[in-house]
Design a binder for this molecule. Structure first.
Ligand SMILES: [Zn+2]
Ligand SMILES: [Zn+2]
Length: 196
């Protein structure tokens, strides 16, 4: 029973994190908003992502491996994740302190995973996970976000986009470009398969 409860809190935390990821990305990172108009910290969050990150990767999705100390605003700050989790974790703690601990772990994992996969997407170095089907799915999902910046706001937990109707629907040209950029080594085979 205890294990089942903990599993329930894990699923709940991942779903909640998916909505938080969606809203933070859509409202704070892509739009000028109440906070960015008043606080330099939030202004920087908006400019770093919407202007710098999307500006840099709007034409080409991937470029050279990242130089030491630079990342074109690809990464989040992992050690700040537990602090950011406090408001939601405090609410969850009213029901279960174990649930609150699981949420803190999930948000920390989220930031860590965001950094690993987002870096491999934009600065590919053929990291160990780069052939995992889940990574390939997320890379294609994020490629479409850079093509349609008002769609696919989820990066690590793609769930809220499906519920909130912000899932990108790629056309044939999108798919052709996406495969050419993400898996150039497979393109001749795909084209051959189409000819047959
Ligand atoms: Zn990106
Ligand atoms: Zn974005």
């Amino acid at each position: 029973m205890f294990i089942l409860q903990m599993f329930g809190w894990l699923v709940f935390s991942c779903i909640l994190m998916s909505f938080i990821e969606h809203q933070v990305h859509a409202q704070l990172m892509h739009r000028r908003n109440y906070f960015s108009d008043r606080s330099p910290k939030y202004k920087r969050v908006f400019e770093a992502h919407a202007i710098k990150h999307h500006g840099h990767y709007s034409k080409i999705f991937s470029d050279e491996p990242v130089p030491e100390g630079e990342d074109e605003e690809i990464r989040l700050t992992v050690h700040k994740a537990p602090m950011k989790s406090i408001p939601a974790a405090a609410l969850i703690a009213l029901f279960s302190w174990q649930g609150a601990m699981i949420f803190v772990a999930v948000i920390t994992f989220h930031h860590w995973a965001w950094n690993k996969i987002h870096l491999e997407m934009h600065k590919p170095e053929k990291r160990g996970f780069s052939n995992w089907p889940i990574y390939k799915f997320l890379a294609e999902y994020h490629w479409l976000h850079h093509r349609y910046p008002n769609k696919n706001f989820n990066v690590v937990f793609p769930f809220a986009d499906y519920v909130l109707g912000t899932c990108a629907k790629p056309n044939a040209e999108d798919l052709r470009l996406m495969h050419a950029q993400l898996e150039p080594e497979l393109v001749p085979q795909r084209e051959y398969a189409n000819v047959r």
